[in-house]
Design a protein around this ligand. Structure first.
Ligand code: EPZ
Length: 436
C-alpha cells in the first residue's frame, strides 16, 4: 500500500508550475478519434486518468507515442482505428471513459463502453449524454447490466436542450455533432474552460464550433477534419492543453492554509476568478501578475484569515472541484462559514476525515457548517476521492505534526507529480510504500 506522509506546520514558499488540465486532456485525447490526420498534443498531465485514456486509444488501434525529450507531449494517429468497443476494464476505471462514446459515434457511427467509473460523489447518471446522442439520430441499448452501446446509420444536426448544466454531456454532444450532417445547437451548455479547450482543439483541426464558453454552442457539421493545411500537406499539428484551473486553485489554497507565499506559474488568471474572489474574502492576498500567466498567493504575518460562505455552481461560479480544499482552509480561518454544494449530492465525505484532525465542521441538510479557528493536528486519514484527497494534503500541510494519507491512488488520478511540486516549495512530504 502507498501513502503520503506529511510533517505539517511549514509555510509554503517559492514558485510552482501548473500542468495541463485533467478535465481537458481526458476529452481532447478521445477527440483525436475524429481526426483524419495525426496530431501532437502538448501539456498533457502525467496522471493515471490520462494513462487510461492513452491505453484505451491504443486498445482501439490508435498509434500513440510519447515524444522524445517532451515528456508531456504525445503524437496520436487514429487513421487505422477499426474497433468501436472501449476496453471494459479501462472504461470502469474513470468517469471520462464516456467521451469515447461520443468520439467513436462521431467517427464511425458505433460505440460501446461500460458505464463509467470515477469518484463516488453522487449518482453520476449519463441520461443527458444519451439524450444528446438520440437527438442526433443515434439509438442506445444496454448490453447486459452496464455496457452502453450507441449506433447510428448517420448523424444529423439538431437542437439539444440540456435539462441540467453538464460538463460531460456538453463535451459528448460536441464530439458526436462535430462531423454530423447539418447544424447542431446545444442549449443550456456548460461553460467550463475545458469545454472551450475542446472546441478550440477541434476548430484548430478544421471543425466549425461557435459559442463554446457560453450556454449556447453552435456546431456546423464538418465531414472530414484535416487540420487547416488542407489535404495532402504533411505537417505535424500541435495543440497545447489548457492549464489546470483546479490544480492551480489547490496550490492557491495550500499557500493560504500554510500562511505562505507562493507564485504559481502557467495559469490563466481569468479561469481562477471565483477562487481568487473567495480567497480575498477570507483575508488572503492574491496578486495577478502583469505577465498574465502568473498568480501570487500569500498571507502576511499580521493578516487574520476569517470565514466566508461558499456555494458551488457551474463555471464561472465557484467550482465544485474546489469545495473540499476551500472547506479545509475555512476550518482554520476565524469565524463561521457555510458551505453549499449544488452540483454533487455526496461531496462531503472528507468532513469525517478533517474531524480526525481537529476541524470543527458539521454536515447539515443544506451542506456543511464550519466553526473555524481550529488548530489542526496530524492524523491518519483517507483520501475518499480525488478532491477530498487534495483537501487532506492541504490539511496535513497546515497541521502541526505528522499526517498520513492512504488511498492516494485517488489523488494521483488528477494531480501530476504533486509530491515533487509541493516539496519544491518547502513541503515536508513524501510518498512511501508500506506493507499492507
Ligand atoms: C465533470 O464531471 C468533471 N469530471 C468533474 O470533476 C466535475 O466535478 C464536474 O464536471 C462538474 O464540474 C470530468 O470532467 C472528467 P457533470 P461530469 O455532468 O461531467 C448531473 C474532478 O474532481 N448530470 O457536469 O460527470 C450530475 O449528476 C471531477 O476533477 C445528470 O443529471 O459532471 C451532476 O449533478 C469530479 N445527467 C451535474 O449534472 C447527466 O447525464 C453536473 O455533472 C450528466 C450529469
Amino acid at each position: 500500500m502507498e501513502k503520503f506522509v506529511i510533517d505539517g506546520g511549514t509555510p509554503l514558499r517559492g514558485e510552482i508550475h501548473v500542468s495541463g488540465a485533467k478535465n481537458s486532456a481526458v476529452a481532447i485525447l478521445p477527440a483525436t478519434l475524429l481526426l483524419d490526420v495525426p496530431v501532437i498534443i502538448e501539456n498533457v498531465p502525467d496522471i493515471s486518468d490520462v494513462a487510461i485514456c492513452l491505453k484505451i486509444l491504443r486498445g482501439l488501434g490508435a498509434q500513440v507515442e510519447r515524444m522524445a525529450g517532451e515528456p508531456d507531449t504525445y503524437r496520436i494517429s487514429c487513421e487505422h482505428v477499426k474497433e468501436h468497443y472501449v476496453p471494459y476494464a479501462e472504461a470502469k476505471k474513470m468517469r471520462a471513459s464516456y467521451y469515447f462514446l461520443g468520439a467513436l459515434l462521431g467517427r464511425c457511427g458505433r460505440a460501446a463502453a461500460a458505464m463509467p467509473g470515477g469518484c463516488s460523489i453522487g449518482a453520476r447518471p449519463i441520461d443527458q449524454h444519451l439524450k444528446a446522442f438520440e437527438a442526433l439520430g443515434a439509438v442506445h441499448t444496454m448490453q447486459g447490466t452496464d455496457v452502453v452501446e450507441v449506433s447510428a446509420d448517420a448523424l444529423y444536426g439538431n437542437t439539444i436542450c440540456m435539462n441540467v448544466v453538464s460538463v460531460g454531456a456538453t463535451m459528448n454532444a460536441i464530439l458526436a455533432a462535430v462531423k454530423a450532417q447539418g447544424v447542431t445547437v446545444i442549449e443550456n451548455a456548460a461553460r467550463e474552460p475545458h469545454i472551450v479547450d475542446l472546441a478550440n482543439f477541434l476548430n484548430f483541426m478544421g471543425a466549425s464550433i461557435k459559442g463554446a464558453g457560453t450556454d449556447v454552442i453552435k456546431i456546423t457539421g464538418t465531414p472530414v477534419l484535416l487540420g487547416n493545411a488542407g489535404e495532402g500537406s504533411v505537417v505535424d499539428y500541435r495543440y497545447s492543453v489548457v492549464p489546470d484551473q483546479i490544480e492551480a486553485g489547490t496550490f492557491m489554497v495550500a499557500a493560504a492554509a500554510t500562511r505562505g507565499d507562493v507564485v504559481i506559474r502557467g495559469v490563466i488568471p481569468k479561469h481562477l476568478e471565483a477562487i481568487t474572489a473567495k480567497l480575498r474574502e477570507s483575508g488572503v492576498q492574491v496578486v495577478e501578475s502583469q505577465d498574465e500567466d502568473v498568480i501570487r498567493v500569500f498571507v502576511e504575518e499580521d493578516d487574520v484569515l476569517h470565514g466566508t460562505n461558499i456555494k458551488t455552481s457551474p463555471y464561472p461560479g465557484f467550482p465544485t472541484d474546489m469545495q473540499p480544499q476551500m472547506a479545509t482552509l475555512l476550518t482554520i480561518a476565524e469565524g463561521q462559514s457555510n458551505i453549499r454544494e449544488s452540483v454533487w449530492e455526496d461531496r462531503f465525505r472528507y468532513v469525517h476525515e478533517l474531524k480526525k484532525m481537529g476541524a470543527r465542521i458539521e454536515i447539515t441538510q443544506d451542506g456543511a457548517v464550519v466553526q473555524g479557528g481550529a488548530s489542526l493536528h496530524g492524523a491518519c486519514v483517507n483520501a475518499c476521492d480525488l478532491r477530498a484527497g487534495a483537501a487532506m494534503i492541504i490539511a496535513g500541510l497546515a497541521a502541526q505534526g505528522r499526517t498520513e494519507i492512504v488511498d492516494i491512488q485517488f489523488i494521483e488520478r488528477g494531480y501530476d507529480n504533486i509530491v515533487g511540486k509541493l516539496r519544491g516549495i518547502g513541503a515536508k512530504m513524501e510518498k512511501i510504500r508500506s506493507l499492507p
